[in-house]
Design a protein around this ligand. Structure first.
Ligand code: AMP
Length: 481
């Protein structure tokens, strides 16, 4: 049995360590397997469905988002990181990437390519939101956009890609679906909605009183308890859709039925960005009851605040006490937190100065996908699954071991090492701990004989092989030949 290492004496420094900013997080090596699995799936689906990769800058003119996302949206009004650069230009850290992708589509003349143009991206987004479980100030989104197709089959494919993204990672999810029609449909609908809400004004929360004047569609987004019955009985936009929007929506439902994608019609789903038209959707995780045993923790970030209900949590937060176990944070993750959001944005290309071009897309949030995988303890492929351990004893042996390690790497045989350690006992214990089946040992004798010992870590049986033949010998042992 390996003796546990003696705890290190606490080091007292007079210097203060700079702290992580609120709402920001580090992704550590222990999380890497989840990120790789999720990225791998995002890329695999992009390739399968014919989406070309696009990367746009993190910094854009602030007006891009003001115009695309909408001046009176939470994202632009409250959450956007905006600053003046040294030339006095108003710059923004992108809060989302659809606007950037559309800008690039116009600037690179992609409307002259065969349509539709299908693009996908992956990268960091920034919103100065109140940090909560699953809500960060820097977070990662993947995105799939189909630009130049007005057919509902494009909406269906975008939903299909997002649905497969989660289900093929093993996450049980459901699709929440609505249509918010065209701008004309909404104008008709808003009159009814405002009349209805005005009649109930005295029962509304303060936020909704503001929304009633500034952005009535967002009334349907309210998570306040008191507003729920009013919201439930509000006029439903599907009943206000003109023939064309209705046909588009019905046709989308038929495609989803054909693809056996389960969906729920959600008449209160309106989404927080102005550019949506017709189809809007979110994908939610199925409810999850944590097991009694501890689950892999997820860091909610420094100074994180939890909300107990609702995805768009404007309600009174509960501050996590510093020592609260991390598992509890996940258990409190609201079930209805959206894993991704998307929809059709037929007016956006035109709004940003391009020829009128219909489009639709989706943006899965990656931290939330990783969080779900960990919380549900779903298996993802292990990375660095070492098949060999290269051990050495003595200075000359260390030199040969370095060369051997390179020989293995060139053959793509994953090997572990502890070159900074001198004790053979320590190295073999490390190999055992990592459940590595074979150790390759070079000591002083092996250096002189130009040999390597192959040790079966399970049985302890050792054999000595010629240095030049060791790679092919281990290849046979680990079934690579
Ligand atoms: P949206 O761009 O607001 O439609 O968001 C799409 C998805 O991005 C959401 O469903 C989340 O998964 C993710 N997301 C949005 N905002 C945040 C945030 N502040 N922190 C973490 N993930 C986020």
């Amino acid at each position: 049995m390996k003796k546990p290492e003696a705890p290190k004496e606490p080091y007292k420094s007079t210097k203060k360590t700079p702290q992580l900013l609120r709402g920001m997080r580090d992704t550590l090596p222990k999380d890497d397997k989840y990120w790789r699995a999720v990225y791998g799936k995002a890329q695999e689906l992009a390739d399968a469905y014919g989406f070309g990769r696009i990367d746009t800058p993190i910094l854009e003119e602030a007006s891009l988002f003001t115009r695309a996302v909408g001046r009176q949206t939470d994202i632009v009004e409250k959450e956007m990181y905006v600053f003046e650069d040294k030339d006095g230009e108003k710059i923004s850290l992108r809060p989302e990437a659809t606007a950037s992708v559309v800008r690039a589509y116009i600037q690179h003349g992609m409307l002259n390519l065969p349509q539709p143009v299908k693009l996908w991206y992956w990268g960091p987004m920034f919103r100065h939101d109140r940090p909560q479980a699953g809500r960060f100030r820097q977070f990662t989104q993947a995105g799939y956009e189909i630009i130049g197709d007005d057919s509902p089959v494009a909406d269906a494919q975008v939903i299909l890609v997002a649905y497969k993204f989660y289900t093929e990672l093993g996450l049980p999810v459901n699709v929440q679906l609505n249509s918010i029609g065209t701008a004309e449909d909404r104008t008709r609908y808003k009159v009814e909605l405002v009349n209805y809400y005005r009649a109930n004004r005295s029962k509304l929360c303060d936020n909704c009183k503001v929304r009633l004047v500034k952005n009535p569609m967002r009334l349907l987004d309210c998570k306040e308890e008191g507003c729920q019955p009013i919201k439930e009985n509000a006029p439903r936009i599907l009943e206000f859709l003109a023939e064309e929007s209705r046909k588009h929506f019905m046709s989308l439902l038929e495609y989803l039925d054909e693809l056996s994608i389960p969906y729920f019609l959600n008449h209160t789903l309106v989404r927080g960005l102005d550019y949506y038209t017709k189809t809007v959707f979110e994908i939610w995780p199925e409810p999850f009851t944590p097991k009694a045993e501890p689950v892999a923790p997820v860091d909610a970030g420094p100074g994180a605040v939890l909300s107990v209900s609702g995805a768009v949590a404007d309600e009174t937060p509960i501050v996590i006490k510093e020592k609260e176990p991390k598992e509890a944070e996940e258990a409190k993750m609201p079930a209805q937190v959206a894993l991704c959001g998307g929809g059709r944005y037929d007016l956006l290309v035109e709004e940003l100065g391009g020829r009128p071009t219909p489009a639709c897309g989706v943006a899965p949030g990656i931290e939330r996908a990783v969080q779900q995988l960990r919380m549900r303890q779903l298996a993802v492929p292990e990375i660095n699954k070492h098949e060999l351990f290269v051990a050495q004893l003595g200075e000359l042996a260390k030199r040969k071991a370095l060369v051997l390690f390179e020989m293995l790497r060139l053959e793509k045989i994953p090997a572990a090492e502890a070159f900074s350690k001198g004790s053979l006992k320590f190295q073999l214990e490390a190999a055992n701990e990592k459940k590595i089946p074979y150790a390759l040992i070079i000591g002083q004798k092996e250096v002189i004989d130009k040999t390597v010992i192959i040790r079966d870590m399970d049985s302890g049986i050792q054999e000595t092989v010629d240095f030049q033949k060791v790679v092919s010998a281990v290849k046979r042992k680990i079934g690579r030949e």
